[in-house]
Design a protein around this ligand. Structure first.
Ligand SMILES: [Fe+2]
Length: 428
């Protein structure tokens, strides 16, 4: 087969999605339809008494399907917590997976499904250069994802993210085979989400939208040698743009009400739907620098705790570690495509009529800062305990994130990243 030098093809893959109030109770029906007889329900210990888990369990057993609960998921999972779930699922030989929770539970289920279906040394499927980046040899078992936070979009993507403890780096496993068979997206499940969890997961989804919309276009990537080598993070493309732009607008319209008014069910429902839209966008286009940089921000955190998150160890919520880099990044990347950056600000509700595209980086950065101030996000990386002297180390930690760093519309060196971290210390 002859291939041109630059990519001419893009694809859109997504999980099947069902959205709506009460859809959690259809998990048993879907498993039965998929021929599952012996399912594992994967969740984290904070959720095991939650209605979403109870309803899922009842729905599965109602169909006469055997259900085992695994509730040892770590929030912001690690290679150790992944391996624990993998061992459990390999021993029990389940033929179907249900993940109930945030990205941590869904990602853990993806990894457990992968390694129990196609056993291998742990680093074999992990993204290069940390792992070998080998593609899984075939399809996995059915996985149904029931998200309980509106952010990660993990129910739509083929990516599982974890902290690789010995390198203090976040990395992941990425392949279309990891994508859940179906996502059941139920607004009932996000009703009781703490304010800060809503804020951080909402900002994660906002950045998914902004990054996939501004990512290097698919047509600037080299075409793969074989169709199987085409990455799932392909770069921005006409279809992912539709999902990303809609997600940015829905999030910007609803996030303040969803965070500041716990009883605003409509705003919270819209945020959950927006997260799924953003997931379809970035699951195919990919993210770039704010996410790439976030992995060292969260991997090197020393002493930060945030209300609504586990307090037994230092943790920075994923969405927070991403959004704090975003203003500096978009000021830096705007010259690569000023019109797209201006459009992104427009999707966020900014009146850009008469704006000079030369100012698009500042306009987009200011829109993000304005929004995060309204939902009480801390002022930059300094608030998480970092200072300028950490910038070089943070940059070194981010450089290996090739899969996302290479999607930046404007190339970066380690020095550029160091400067971007410096510029992210204080935002206003
Ligand atoms: Fe994210």
């Amino acid at each position: 087969m002859a291939y041109t030098e630059t990519e001419t093809i893009f694809s859109i893959d997504t999980s099947a999605i069902k959205y709506g109030i009460g859809v959690t109770s259809e998990v048993g029906y879907e498993l039965e339809r998929l021929g599952v007889k012996n399912a594992v329900l994967i969740t984290d210990p904070n959720l095991v008494e939650n209605d979403a888990v109870k309803k899922s369990y009842e729905s599965i057993t109602y169909q006469g399907i055997k259900a085992t609960i695994y509730d040892n998921v770590e929030v912001e999972p690690t290679d150790i917590s992944f391996k624990h779930a993998i061992d459990f699922c390999t021993r029990k030989a389940f033929d179907g997976y249900v993940a109930v929770g945030g990205g941590s539970s869904i990602d853990t289920a993806k990894a457990a499904n992968l390694y129990s279906t196609h056993p291998a040394r742990f680093l074999k499927y992990v993204n290069a250069p940390i792992g070998d980046g080998v593609a899984p040899p075939g399809q996995l078992k059915p996985l149904i994802a029931v998200p309980t936070t509106g952010g990660t979009g993990s129910e739509t993507t083929g990516v599982a993210i974890f902290d690789f403890l010995e390198m203090k780096a976040k990395t992941g496993i990425a392949h279309r085979y990891l994508r859940p068979t179906m996502g059941l997206v139920d607004p009932e499940n996000t009703k009781s989400m703490p304010k800060m969890v809503q804020a951080c997961s909402g900002l994660d989804l906002l950045c998914h939208g902004l990054e996939s919309y501004t990512a290097k276009p698919f047509s600037q990537r080299q075409s793969p040698n074989t169709p199987g080598e085409r990455p799932s993070y392909q770069g921005s493309n006409p279809i992912s743009d539709v999902w990303a732009s809609k997600a940015i607008a829905m999030c910007s319209e609803n996030i303040v009400a969803a965070v500041n008014d716990d009883n605003n069910y409509e705003a919270r429902s819209q945020m959950l739907l927006a997260a799924t839209f953003a997931g379809v966008g970035f699951g195919n286009a990919g993210c770039h620098l704010p996410h790439g940089m976030s992995y060292s921000v969260s991997g090197m955190i020393r002493d930060c705790t945030v209300e609504g998150y586990p307090e037994d160890h230092a943790i920075v919520p994923h969405g927070m570690s991403v959004v704090l880099n975003a203003p500096a990044v978009f000021r830096y990347t705007a010259p690569a495509n000023p019109e797209r950056h201006l459009k992104a600000a427009q999707f966020m509700g900014v009146d850009v009529s008469g704006a000079d595209p030369m100012d698009s980086g500042d306009i987009l950065a200011n829109a993000i800062i304005d929004l995060i101030q309204k939902i009480h996000i801390p002022n930059g990386l300094r608030s998480l305990g970092y200072n300028e002297s950490d910038s070089r180390t943070l940059a070194k930690g981010a450089m290996p994130q090739h899969r996302v760093i290479n999607l930046s519309p404007r190339p970066v060196t380690e020095n550029d990243l160091t400067q971007l971290f410096m510029d992210s210390m204080t935002l206003w």
